[in-house]
Design a protein around this ligand. Structure first.
Ligand SMILES: Cc1cc2nc3c(=O)[nH]c(=O)nc-3n(C[C@H](O)[C@H](O)[C@H](O)COP(=O)(O)OP(=O)(O)OC[C@H]3O[C@@H](n4cnc5c(N)ncnc54)[C@H](O)[C@@H]3O)c2cc1C
Length: 452
């Protein structure tokens, strides 16, 4: 068995292949000189900068089980309680995101008519037939245009770097669709879920699903990847970029850029979907086309280190998101050193900013200097910063986040059908059924389960 790709998806697949099928011989091949894909952490001058993701929600038991299997349970760090202070930028002012109904009624995040429209949600028109509705259309239909613009769109750009009008509700937030189908209203669904959770003695979550607490590791998320490396180094080959897969007599032959090759009767493709598309060209044109048509949004992470005295406003909280209508380049900012410990030296602050997304592919062409100056200027206008950051670190992801656009579910059906026809070739990763780390873990676990 061969696994291609050493991000969280490939590594989790490796772990569960070993755990569930201990007799199966398996090897993982990674193109880069390191493991982790978009997961990485740099330790610089007392700051700890995460390259891509900075945590996962602790609501997925499989991810916690994985951490435990890797001996990392004691290294887990849960986000500070202030993480529930979240803000949305509106009219150049940060407005707290209300976390309860009474707070929502008195909040100024939406106008009075906007808030009244949200309260009418239980009486909104239901979806008549089966349609792969966009997240924006769903939001507008259920809670009104203003809430779709100022609450839903920023959440979509915070999670997907995406544009709510283009993304599929069913593929991105299936739970919301289920809530509407099952209860006829999101409010009714939340009330029922809260009641059920109370009965079970649990806390329930908001509209995006059961609650979860942002979780990482002391020192940064890369600890997770080190855990895999410690356990499986003898099964892992870095500097092995697969360039071609061919099949003869039910055996797959994989060629690597460095001239090596291997044969295997089963392959798990855990590379990004665009790279998987290139690899399967000689196997199926239908599969190649379907994989290649999954688009990605670029995203740049700009980590900034400041002396605390430079920042005028309080940055005690998770950070803020910027609605598209505000016309800024910044998608949002996460106040990392308020969320986790050891992310900045004593007396210093780490702020992490995101630029790009599906609405700003041009941001990838900005020079480092221009990108930094746009971000620091926009950030200063919001939270009042004097002077320049003492440390800047940029991480650019040209193919950052897959976009589950309207039609994604049909595309996935085509992919699944082609894989079934080919037999013994599987795909896992963030491009298919969910982009979060928990989704990648779940998907790879499922694949490892279904191998034999
Ligand atoms: C900026 C950013 C912030 C994010 N924040 C969060 C967050 O806070 N929480 C969260 O849950 N999720 C977050 N995500 C999403 C999450 O990080 C990703 O979905 C997840 O890490 C993807 O893992 P993966 O293994 O599927 O893919 P990748 O990490 O892309 O790994 C794929 C691997 O395949 C390798 N590869 C590619 N081609 C080949 C080839 N031909 N042969 C061999 N190897 C190959 C690559 O080098 C890479 O190592 C974020 C993503 C980004 C970009």
């Amino acid at each position: 068995m061969v696994i291609l790709g050493g991000g969280i998806s490939g590594l989790t697949a490796l772990h569960y292949v070993r755990k569930l099928h201990p007799d199966c011989s398996v090897a993982l091949f990674e193109a880069a000189d390191r493991l982790g894909g978009t997961i990485g952490t740099d330790q610089i001058d007392g700051y700890s900068f995460d390259w891509g993701p900075n945590g996962f929600l602790d609501r997925e038991p499989l991810t916690l089980e994985l951490c435990n299997d890797l001996g990392l349970s004691d290294d887990i760090e849960r986000a500070n309680g202030s993480v529930s202070n979240r803000f949305i930028l509106r009219g150049n002012r940060l407005r707290p995101v209300p976390m309860s109904s009474p707070k929502f009624f008195t909040s100024d995040i939406l106008s009075i008519p906007g808030r009244l429209r949200v309260m009418m949600e239980p009486f909104s028109v239901s979806r008549s037939d089966y349609v792969d509705e966009s997240i924006y259309d769903f939001g507008k239909r259920r809670i009104g245009k203003e809430a779709a613009d100022y609450l839903i769109q920023p959440m979509v750009s915070g999670v997907y770097g995406g544009i709510a009008e283009r993304l599929s509700l069913q593929s991105c937030f299936p739970i919301m669709r289920e809530m509407e189908d099952q209860y006829g209203s999101l409010f009714k669904a939340m009330i029922s879920k809260a009641r059920e959770a109370r009965k079970k003695g649990k806390k329930s979550g908001g509209p995006s699903g059961p609650g979860g607490w942002l979780t990482s590791f002391h020192g940064g998320l890369y600890k997770l990847i080190e855990g895999f490396h410690e356990h499986y180094s003898e099964l892992i080959n870095v500097y092995h970029k697969a360039v071609k897969i061919e099949k003869s007599d039910s055996v797959y032959r994989i060629e690597f850029e460095n001239g090596n090759s291997v044969e295997s009767n089963k392959i798990i493709l855990a590379t990004p979907s665009n790279s998987a598309a290139e690899l399967v060209t000689s196997l199926s044109s239908e599969l190649t086309e379907a994989l290649a048509s999954i688009e990605y949004a670029p995203i740049s992470v700009i980590c900034l280190g400041y002396d605390a005295s430079q920042i005028e406003d309080s940055v005690d909280g998770f950070g803020f998101l910027v609605p598209k209508l505000e016309g800024r380049r910044l998608l949002g900012s996460i106040w990392t050193s308020s969320i986790f410990s050891e992310r900045a030296p004593e007396g210093k602050v780490q702020l992490r900013c995101m630029v790009g997304g599906d609405g700003d592919h041009e941001s990838m062409d900005l020079s480092d200097t221009d990108l930094t100056s746009i971000v620091t200027r926009e950030l200063s206008e919001v939270i009042g910063i004097s002077g320049e950051p003492e440390l800047v670190k940029l991480y650019r992801w040209k193919f950052g986040i897959p976009q589950f656009k309207v039609g994604h579910a049909d595309r996935m059906l085509r992919i699944e059908n082609e894989l079934k026809t080919l037999r013994n070739i599987f795909v896992t990763g963030n491009a298919y059924y969910g982009i979060g780390l928990n989704d990648c873990v779940k998907q790879s676990f499922k694949i490892a389960h279904s191998l034999f």
